[in-house]
Design a protein. Structure first.
Length: 238
């Protein structure tokens, strides 16, 4: 049986109404190694949902730029990025429990100290746990495009959520989106146009086609195998 997905609501002043969530936690198929990773490594790398704003300098034991990735999947590419940039603090948000377990396992094997993860809805995390003008970069790679028109209301990167992200980014912070759905890319661009805080710095007709040979994620590989063009959208916060 499918569970209803509730859409976030805002009052007439644009303030997020916390009581409505945009997701249901998804467990799906999860392996024993993923479950064991959660039991063993969540206390050191996981951040529980809370009402208070996060103090990242305290959480990471140092001040450093914060890069947030929303929907990191298995976490392999996120962990590799964290390894490559040890002077940056990375925060990942995911709603699939199997992805949480995989990411924790990869991070532990790699012995990295600059990654923390949250198992919750990104919209609620941003609104309740992260201060404005805090994030250096927000990454959203291959979000579900919900291609059927009747499902468009379920798209994560709607105008309201893009507005929330803009408030959390520092001045000159970057919103980096990758999708293989041209229709979804144009949908995002139309929503972005009405938000004055963003400057589009993508290069090709407001969309940057991502070269097929530059593969970093499972979804990029899948898109390439199906012959799909990949689009990179990059926006700077003003």
């Amino acid at each position: 049986m499918k569970k209803n997905i509730l859409i976030p609501e805002y009052n007439n002043k644009g303030i997020f109404l916390r009581k409505v969530r945009s997701f249901v936690r998804r467990q799906g198929r999860i392996t024993r190694s993923q479950l064991n990773a959660i039991k063993q490594f969540w206390p050191s790398m996981g951040i529980d949902i809370q009402e208070n704003r996060l103090n990242f300098s305290s959480i990471f034991d140092r001040p450093a730029p914060i890069v947030l990735e929303i929907g990191f999947g298995s976490g392999k590419s996120l962990v590799k990025t964290a390894i490559s940039f040890p002077d940056i603090n990375f925060l990942g948000i995911e709603v699939y429990k199997s992805g949480i377990g995989s990411c924790l396992r990869f991070a532990h094997i790699s012995n990295i100290q600059n990654l923390k993860i949250i198992y919750h809805d990104a919209n609620e995390v941003l609104n309740t746990m992260i201060d404005n003008d805090t994030l250096s970069t927000v990454q959203v790679f291959f979000p579900d495009p919900w291609n059927k028109k009747r499902h468009h209301k379920r798209r994560m990167l709607n105008r309201d959520f893009l507005q929330v992200i803009s408030k959390k980014l520092k001045i000159s912070g970057i919103l980096h989106i990758i999708t293989d759905s041209k229709e979804y890319a144009h949908y995002i661009l139309e929503n972005i146009k009405s938000i004055k805080n963003y400057k589009n710095i993508s290069q090709l007709d407001h969309l940057t086609m991502y070269p097929f040979f530059n593969i970093t994620t499972k979804f990029e590989k899948k898109a390439c195998l199906h012959g799909n063009a990949i689009f990179r959208l990059i926006f700077r916060s003003n």
